[in-house]
Write a protein that binds this ligand. Structure first.
Ligand code: ATP
Length: 226
């Protein structure tokens, strides 16, 4: 599903974002990415989204070869990837329904199919009865559920979550992680960047730990320690 082969990202002025990283993530896997500030987590996410270009090495995601692909293919690649951020990034003046439907309007899904799919995905995240609410009328945990629904509504093969529980209390954080595992069990590959040591150690999932741009350890059933 995801292959990185000897990937290096060097920023201008010689600053190293990633340093010769090789790793594979299988279809349907769940992996945490952990590491101190500056270890390369955001660089890795931006490379996977093709917001940044690797300086050297190869990246392949779901059959897309990043080094070879044409610029016009990028929107199709991005449809394969749902993204969730720490700060939710919802449209404040739009209802929950509209926030999720927006992702489908962009790719011109017919209205009836859209209605059904938006309802289904909001039910999956436990908000099937809040379609008309505005984001500010929801708790932080609920807002993150809306963001997850929006990321999933177009059925991406890969879900990237960048610090998804950073703004949540421990109980909501655990519930969001449980939801991400549920999504993985339904077949989506899920990658979660987090600083939440307790949750990582509690969940017993694969942990890819970065240090100074390199893979420090990569263990199934791993722990946060770096
Ligand atoms: N635009 C940039 N220009 C120059 N150097 C950069 C740039 N972005 C990141 N870096 C450097 O690349 C390295 C990795 O940064 P990155 O943002 O990927 O780390 P991170 O693990 O996501 O950190 P954090 O947990 O603080 O978000 C750091 O040394 C950083 O200073």
């Amino acid at each position: 599903m995801i292959t990185l082969q000897n990937v290096t990202k060097e920023y201008q002025k010689g600053s190293i974002g990633l340093d010769n990283v090789s790793l594979e993530v299988d279809k349907g896997e769940f992996a945490f990415i952990v590491g101190k500030s500056g270890s390369g987590k955001t660089t890795l996410i931006k490379l996977l989204l093709k917001e940044l270009e690797a300086t050297s090495g190869d990246i392949v995601v779901n059959g897309y070869h990043y080094q070879k692909m044409k610029r016009r293919q990028i929107p199709y690649l991005r449809r394969q990837i749902g993204v969730v951020f720490q700060d939710f990034r919802l449209l404040r003046d739009r209802s929950i329904y509209e926030n999720v439907a927006f992702a489908q309007q962009v790719i011109e899904v017919p209205k009836r199919a859209m209605k059904r799919q938006v309802q289904n995905v909001l039910e999956l995240v436990g908000l099937g009865n809040r379609l008309r609410a505005l984001p500010d009328e929801l708790s932080g945990g609920e807002q993150q559920r809306v963001a997850i629904a929006r990321a999933l509504v177009n059925h991406p093969a890969l879900l990237l979550a960048d610090e998804p529980t950073g703004n949540l209390d421990p109980q909501n954080a655990q519930e969001i992680m449980d939801l991400l595992v549920e999504i993985q069990k339904r077949g989506t590959t899920v990658i979660v960047v987090t600083h939440n040591k307790e949750i990582v150690n509690h969940m017993g999932k694969r942990v890819i730990a970065l240090n100074e741009g390199a893979v420090h350890h990569d263990e199934k059933g791993g722990t946060y320690d770096i």
